[in-house]
Write a protein that binds this ligand. Structure first.
Ligand code: ADP
Ligand code: NI
Length: 214
């Protein structure tokens, strides 16, 4: 029964995101779902809630739905249409709304399932995949991959920040290298540590090649 709800939700989300180019494409959702399932198993969290919230987590993003409110209302309607229990529905919606909350990078999750899905989403921004996403995003925005004359921006919240130029490599210092310290669960911390070390190794190699070494 629950597996059928998962399968139907997977098809529903895939149909909506398959042509997305804002960094929230279907395969981001696929990876977050895989991670959420694996972390949920290790952390003994509810598998159904974690997978459903992972699948639906980006549909309330304003870049996709137009507004967060509309996105959440559409998700609620979907969950009702496939007859998800009311208690599960409330839990899933609460995770998604906390995750999509702006500045939500730091919003604390109150349930283990919320912690698992937030960790899964953050893990997809680091490691080899995180590197790939960052360069793809930068290219799409017309940013250089690196420019030694563009300084790393210091804060994440101010409006000026958004208007300042950046590069793919700067984004490592502005966000990616910080993510490891924001993991909630111990299994995600372990995965984040490995992915973090991979980022550092990549940067070492990048800068030595930049100077024509190695
Ligand atoms: P999410 O909503 O999944 O947390 P974002 O929309 O912030 O992700 O970003 C999508 C992807 O693009 C992520 O992998 C992120 O690291 C990358 N990205 C976001 N902002 C920038 C930026 N200014 N420069 C380079 N990459 C970025
Ligand atoms: Ni996401």
């Amino acid at each position: 029964m629950k597996q059928l709800m998962i399968d139907r939700t997977e098809a529903f989300v895939k149909k909506q995101l398959v042509n997305d180019s804002s960094g929230h494409d279907w395969y981001h959702i696929y990876r977050v779902k895989q991670l959420a399932e694996n972390i949920a198993e290790q952390e003994k969290a509810d598998r159904f809630i974690c997978i459903m919230a992972a699948l639906l987590h980006d549909l309330a993003d304003e870049k996709i739905a137009g507004s967060e409110e509309k996105g959440l209302a559409d998700v609620k309607q979907w969950l009702q249409s496939i007859h998800v229990d009311n208690e599960d529905l409330i839990n899933i919606l609460s995770i998604i709304s906390t995750m999509s909350f702006k500045g939500g990078n730091q919003s604390p999750m109150t349930t283990i399932e919320g912690q698992v899905v937030q960790d899964a989403d953050r893990l997809d921004a680091v490691g080899a995949i995180g590197i790939g996403r960052t360069f793809a995003y930068s290219g799409a925005k017309g940013q250089l991959m690196y420019d030694p004359e563009i300084p790393v921006r210091e804060t994440m919240s101010k409006d000026e920040y958004r208007n300042q130029k950046s590069t793919a490599v700067n984004h490592f210092y502005e966000k990616l290298l910080k993510l490891k310290d924001y993991m909630n669960t111990s299994y995600a911390k372990q995965l984040a540590e490995e992915r973090h070390n991979f980022l550092k190794q990549f940067l070492d190699q990048f800068f030595s090649e930049w100077e024509g070494k190695k």
